[in-house]
Design a protein around this ligand. Sequence first.
Ligand code: ATP
Ligand code: MG
Length: 258
Amino acid sequence: MSNQTSADLSSLSATVVNVAVPSGARSEDAATRDSEKNILTANQIRKSYHIGGEPRCVLNGVNFYADADECVFLSGPSGSGKSTLLSIMGCLLECDSGEISIAGQRVDQLSVSKRTRVRRQSIGFVFQRFQLIRGLSAEDNVAVPLTLQGMSLAEAREKAGELLGRVGLSLHRRQLPTAMSPGQCQRVALARAVITKPKLLLADEPTAALDGKSGAEVMELMKELVAETGSASVIVTHDPRILKYADRICEIENGQFK
Ligand SMILES: Nc1ncnc2c1ncn2[C@@H]1O[C@H](COP(=O)(O)OP(=O)(O)OP(=O)(O)O)[C@@H](O)[C@H]1O
Ligand SMILES: [Mg+2]
């Protein structure tokens, strides 16, 4: 782990103690929770990668959940499996074993095409480095998920333009990502992630490439937009500056939650 990462983590842990954000993802919590509010449940998730022909266990029976209107932070040392878990929960990567349900539907046993459909209907993803399509304008980047759901390009563009206005980018609708600042690119990426009003928003270090002001703007917008849809959000982060946005913090280490 880099010194930077380790410093960030100890700062995050120190702040966790100070603000007393509830922590943990214990499966026994499930008994006392309101199942009607549940959006995401992951049970006994295992995942190994084969490195040099040898299997290396990254997730060793992880349990996790996120409910509607809840923002859960996922933290842990570099290499602890946060992105791997997020990708599995986002139907971007298959686990070796375990069960995943999204909005009451088991997704771990679905075919690739059915899982893709669930992803397009129910999940929005924000990446650390935006992952915008370089050759498309801001508006068309945001329109893509709607067109993948079958909406006409003209209607999708109109909705994308409205949402870009809400994230403060109405003057940048026609601009390419290469002509925009990191903070603006991340606001475009956020708009793209929420344009379909997904039940589950997943974000992998969404503020890591941003300065403090841009990071706070992105988090405020994220909070505002997911509140409107009552979505669950899961955010992988090392960034102590955004801790106040967490309803709950889960820390992963050695393939399991602490
Ligand atoms: N496609 C892959 N093939 C082989 N090993 C991988 C692959 N993806 C991730 N790993 C390994 O799995 C472990 C967990 O990786 P992951 O990216 O999930 O960690 P992370 O907690 O997100 O780390 P960071 O905070 O640095 O982003 C690491 O040891 C990584 O090297
Ligand atoms: Mg990662």
